[in-house]
Design a binder for this molecule. Structure first.
Ligand code: SF4
Ligand code: FES
Length: 239
């Protein structure tokens, strides 16, 4: 059995197996720290910077990359952290183009969930949207599509492809042009991709989605009134 250690998180003593990260410690004790590029079982990558916590000497460190050490005292919830996370999430949203209401991942998107947790509302989300250098969609695979405009460069798909030993995708290009793509940026079907779908399962946003995915939340209505689809005008709903 693994040795247990104790840390103080937001003034609360919590226990976790030795060797686990601060984020593991929090999540295993039902304390939520916003995070997008970490998934249990995967290596911490530190890409999204949302899981920042404050150490007792005022340093900011990523909880996913910081091992929990016996006696350490960290804060995950403060005005300072909230301000930083809002800016960080806003930058991620700026690089995540597309209409969220029409996205098959809508309702399950982790960026949407984090934005809601941080109080970045839909109106502000729309204002934050910017262009992306490459917002192309790779539709070549019969089972899933890759929407480069929605990718937040978390790297989880790269790790999952690496884990199964295929290595079909990786970070390519540099700076603002950085993207996830195949060797020589070929369409997925012209690459060594085996269509296993592991990357689709790990993607926290709608950048890799099954083509058979449930339809979007887009409202289909024949109502001539405003198009929202409430049903009141047509007498379908009476409230
Ligand atoms: Fe992350 Fe999805 Fe982009 Fe891959 S495609 S880096 S899983 S957001
Ligand atoms: Fe820690 Fe993304 S979850 S940096």
């Amino acid at each position: 059995m693994k040795k247990k250690i104790e840390i103080i998180l937001d003034g609360q003593r919590i226990r976790v197996d030795e060797g686990k990260s601060t984020l593991d410690a929090a999540l295993e004790n039902n304390i939520y720290i916003p995070h997008l590029c970490f998934r249990p079982g995967f290596d911490a990558f530190g890409a999204c910077r949302l899981c920042l916590v404050e150490t007792s000497d005022g340093r900011l460190v990523t909880a996913c990359e910081t091992p929990a050490e016996d006696g350490m005292d960290v804060i995950s919830d403060s005005d300072r952290l909230d301000r930083i996370r809002k800016v960080t999430a806003s930058l991620l949203i700026k690089g995540h183009v597309g209409d969220c209401l029409k996205c098959p991942e809508s309702g399950e998107c982790k960026l949407e969930a984090v934005s809601s947790y941080l109080g970045i509302n839909d109106e502000n989300l729309a204002k934050l949207r910017e262009f992306k250098i490459d917002d192309s969609i790779d539709d070549s695979n019969p089972f899933f599509l890759k929407d480069n405009g929605k990718c937040i460069l978390c790297g989880l798909c790269v790790q999952s492809c690496d884990t199964i030993g295929v290595n079909a995708i990786d970070f390519t290009f540099r700076g603002a042009k950085t993207k996830i793509s195949t060797f020589m940026d070929k369409p997925l079907m012209d690459s060594i991709c085996v269509s296993c779908g592991e990357c689709v399962e790990t993607c926290p946003v709608g950048a890799l989605v099954k083509k058979s995915e449930k339809p979007s939340r887009e409202v289909k209505t024949v109502c001539p009134y405003c198009g929202v689809g409430c049903g009141i005008y047509l007498g379908i709903r009476g409230d």
